[in-house]
Write a protein that binds this ligand. Structure first.
Ligand SMILES: C[S@@+](CC[C@H](N)C(=O)[O-])C[C@H]1O[C@@H](n2cnc3c(N)ncnc32)[C@H](O)[C@@H]1O
Length: 175
């Protein structure tokens, strides 16, 4: 009896571990953002650049279960958040949470590959990925030449614009 229970727990732990890691093949495994307090400060600081806008489009590229979007829309009523995520289960969960929280008009989750996502309509772009894909997407944002004025990256450095550091967050300003 105990053998079966222990075996089931072991299988569950392995399945959960594989699930967290498998998206690595697309560019980054799953791990939730932390130190949300510093992220809030980074976003608040960036908002000064958008004083004249009625709406600020924030994007979380690789949005996981949607937590970052749910946090940033609390910061300012002008923020709308777009999460882009490759894993359909995480997208399904994020959309479900958006409807439970009644935030469908402020947060949108799109299933897609961030390497192919058009970034031109995003004012602030957030990433918590892996170093290689972070550099790749940063270069793409500069190439896309859209309205993006701020990129925020957790843990992995940004290099192409003026960069400040706040805790483990890199904040890059595009002029
Ligand atoms: C480290 S997690 C960050 C999750 C969330 N942004 C957060 O900070 O809590 C990275 C996420 O990026 C997703 N991801 C990895 N490669 C991707 C790709 N090429 N396109 C879209 N999403 C991707 C993974 O599935 C994972 O959910």
């Amino acid at each position: 009896m105990w053998d079966m229970i222990l075996l089931s727990i072991l299988i569950l732990v392995i399945v959960a571990g594989v699930y967290m890691l498998y998206s690595f093949i697309f560019g980054a495994a799953y791990f939730p953002s932390y130190d949300i307090q510093s992220l809030r400060r980074a976003v608040k600081k960036s908002l000064e650049l958008f004083k004249d806008q009625d709406q600020i489009v924030f994007a979380d590229l690789g949005s996981g279960f949607g937590r970052v979007c749910f946090e940033v829309v609390k910061i300012d009523h002008k923020i709308k958040c777009v999460g882009v995520e490759i894993d359909p289960i995480k997208v399904f969960w994020s959309r479900l949470m958006a409807s439970i929280k009644r935030l469908e008009d402020r947060v949108v989750f799109i299933r897609g590959d961030i390497r192919k996502t058009d970034t031109r309509g995003f004012d602030i772009i957030y990433m918590f990925l892996w170093p290689g894909i972070t550099r790749e997407i940063e270069e793409k944002i500069f190439r896309d030449r859209g309205r993006t004025r701020v990129i925020i990256s957790l843990e992995h450095p940004l290099r192409l614009g003026r960069v400040e550091k706040l805790g483990k967050y890199y904040i890059e300003y595009i002029s």
